[in-house]
Ligand binder design. Structure first.
Ligand code: ME8
Length: 639
């Protein structure tokens, strides 16, 4: 069996459901997994839930449920939320599962036998919020160093001989520069170990919840000791083909659980078992709300799916694209070394400036122009190598940052690909080439479509639905591996593109005002109402419908007229409109307009105009097209 690229997230406590902070780690791991799959690696991505904690039992009691009922429900809720966020894990482990418990017991037996676990008395303080033990001297004003309440513990139990592993751990960290990232956190780990590692107390009194100590039913195994083992129990250690998974390539977590747990106890346990250590532990920073960590115990949570719903409501992009926008924001603003504060303004701002202006619009321009200038078909042109090499430079930066787990910076390179595309369009001006019947149009058009394929590729790990929509617009299979961009990536002459469909539309300042009532300004009537008023019946005689522009072309010999082909529900209409000075075909193709659908047809310049589209008169008499506030189904009636 070939070596897998094994990725893990922490397994989350099931005392509450995920928020944007918890989701960040899982989204980052998912991006890591999707990216590596596209590098052609066989990936195994694990997440799960940590169910044996004292605080889980306490949360269950508070909810009036048995711990079992409670953990079953919440772990399902985690799965539901991960599915909603399009997280594609390969396995979900729960620490109450038999497959996990039997491995924990085996680890215990081996470490006990090797003398790394020994019995002893414990006296100290326990922070239930973080499930951490502290000695008297570590307390600050009678609380844990994080400010959580602590309770006194004095009991017999078992210790793990962590102190014996300080030297080998320091040596391993020294020799493996990629073992702990980012660098600042590695330094924290090193100074923590150098301060001296004490043996860890790894049992609790058995109160009916947790994994009992093999051979001593009066104790249960400390939840952290049990939880860390999930990373090997999920791959079936010590049986089967666990060696094709372990050691993990990337173990993701927040900085809060790196130093004391994943970078000390965990590798020491592995050394005690004679197992190799993970290749990289990534301890990212926190998502803050104001200046505080978003956390379930502080109650200042932002839930990722609610954020997506809100965006869908205001931008009308549909739930799946809204989820992609949330994923985009999380990765783009990902705290790596430092913490980052979540801000709604920034979320909406990036949505408009990156997803709409650069990426969506660039793609939309290309697809529209392909329809407008080349009947929707990729022409028989040559790919412009100079332009491709610009994109390939950005791709090289993208890959370097992705491999270094700096997904936030990799997305700079992704945006750069969008910028290159837009810059290319502006520079080459395909509309002029077409006007001049310039044969270079074919090269430019094919190159632009190739660039859309490159945009699809770089976005795919972070915004998989957007990427699927782009592939569908190109009428190609979703791009499975980056290596296809070494060639034409399927953008061959004759490829017929789908009809243009904008992905994301701009959030206007008004739409950004969440829930704020928009009151109509009283209109100043120009003339006496009595002369002009019509009854509602009169008004309803006018059939107004939402239509989409399928094609647009200037009418020969008429400076102002544009001929539009519209789709109105199931019907196609041809309409002539005097909007040519203000709108070019590529501004129009794909957009929605309001059509007067029951106007008698009229011949103009040899064409029949089958209706009229609505526009406001600008201050200088120019046409300003009306457009629905958000996408409405084509053909919808307007009142
Ligand atoms: O610690 N910003 O589970 P947990 C960024 N069960 N990341 C955050 C965050 C924030 N504001 N809040 C939470 C546990 N996280 C243990 C793990 S693993 C063997 C056992 C993320 O439910 C971050 O990854 O408290 C953090 O490490 C994790 O959620 C803690 O999840």
């Amino acid at each position: 069996m070939s070596r897998r690229y094994y990725i893990t997230t922490p397994i989350y406590y099931v005392n509450s459901v995920p928020h944007i902070g918890t989701a960040l780690t899982t989204v980052a791991a998912d991006v890591n997994a999707r990216y590596q799959r596209m590098r052609g690696r066989e990936v195994f991505f694990l997440t799960g839930t940590d169910e044996n904690a004292t605080k889980v039992a306490e949360a269950a009691e508070a909810a009036g449920k048995t711990p079992k009922e409670f953990v079953d429900e919440i772990s399902e809720e985690f799965k539901r939320i991960w599915a909603g966020l399009n997280i594609r894990y390969d396995d979900f482990i729960r620490t109450t599962e038999e497959r996990h418990i039997k491995v924990v017991e085996e680890v215990w037996r081996r470490l006990l036998e090797a003398g790394h676990i020994y019995p002893g008395e414990y006296k100290g303080w326990y922070d239930v919020t973080t499930e951490t033990l502290y000695s008297e001297s570590e307390l600050v004003d009678g609380k844990s160093p994080d400010g959580n309440p602590v309770r006194e513990v004095s009991e017999p139990g078992y210790y793990f001989r962590l102190s014996a592993f300080a030297e080998p751990l320091l040596e391993h960290i020294e020799k493996n520069p990629r073992f702990i990232i980012p660098e600042t956190r590695k330094n924290e780990v090193v100074s923590f170990i150098k301060q001296g590692l004490r043996d860890v107390y790894i049992t609790r009194e058995n109160k009916g919840w947790g994994i009992p100590v093999p051979g001593d039913e009066s104790r249960v195994i400390y939840v952290w000791f049990d939880a860390l083992i999930n990373y090997i129990s999920a791959v079936g250690w010590p049986d089967g083909d666990w060696e094709s998974y372990w050691p993990a390539a990337a173990q993701w977590m927040g900085k809060d659980i790196l130093v004391r747990f994943h970078a000390t106890i965990w590798p020491a346990m592995l050394m005690g078992l004679g197992l190799p250590l993970p290749e990289t532990l990534i301890g990212h920073g926190w998502v803050l709300m104001g200046d505080k960590k978003i956390s379930k115990s502080l109650g200042n949570v932002v839930r990722p799916l609610e954020l997506a719903e809100e965006l869908d409501r205001s931008a009308g992009c549909g739930p799946e694209l809204a989820v992609d926008a949330v994923r985009w924001h999380m990765v783009r603003t990902m705290p790596f070394e430092n913490d980052t504060a979540f801000s709604m303004e920034e979320f909406q701002g990036r949505y408009n400036s990156e997803l709409v202006n650069i990426l969506s619009n660039g793609v939309h321009r290309v697809v529209s122009m392909t329809h407008n200038f080349c009947s929707g078909t990729v022409p028989d042109g040559a790919l412009d190598e100079a332009a491709l090499s610009q994109v390939r430079d950005a791709l090289a930066r993208y890959h370097a940052e992705m491999e270094a787990f700096r997904f936030d910076r990799a997305m700079d390179a992704a945006v750069e690909v969008g910028r290159i595309l837009n810059g290319y369009i502006d520079e080459k001006k395909p509309w002029d080439l077409r006007k001049q019947d310039d044969s270079r149009l074919s090269d430019v058009m094919r190159t632009m479509v190739w660039m859309v394929r490159a945009v699809e590729a770089v976005l795919r790990p972070v915004t998989p639905t957007v990427a699927d929509r782009l592939a569908a617009l190109l009428n190609l299979e979703p791009l499975a591996e980056f290596s296809v961009l070494d060639g034409d990536a399927g953008v061959t002459p004759g490829l017929k593109l789908a009809q243009p469909q904008p992905l994301y539309v701009r959030l206007s300042a008004q739409k950004k005002e969440e829930g704020k009532e928009v009151r109509e300004q009283p209109t100043q009537s120009q003339s006496s109402p009595a002369d002009d008023t019509i009854t509602i019946e009169d008004f309803l005689k006018v059939k107004l419908r939402i239509a989409r522009v399928l094609d647009a072309a200037p009418v020969e010999g008429a400076d102002k007229l544009m001929r539009l082909e519209l789709i109105v529900g199931d019907e196609r209409r041809q309409v002539l409109a005097g909007i040519r000075p203000q709108y070019s075909p590529e501004d129009l193709i794909g957009r929605q307009v309001v059509l007067v659908a029951n106007l008698a047809p009229r011949k103009m310049r040899g064409y029949e105009s089958q209706g009229m589209i609505l526009a406001a008169d600008g201050p200088n008499g120019e046409a300003i097209l009306l457009q629905p506030d958000k996408e409405a189904p084509d053909g919808t009636s307007v009142h």
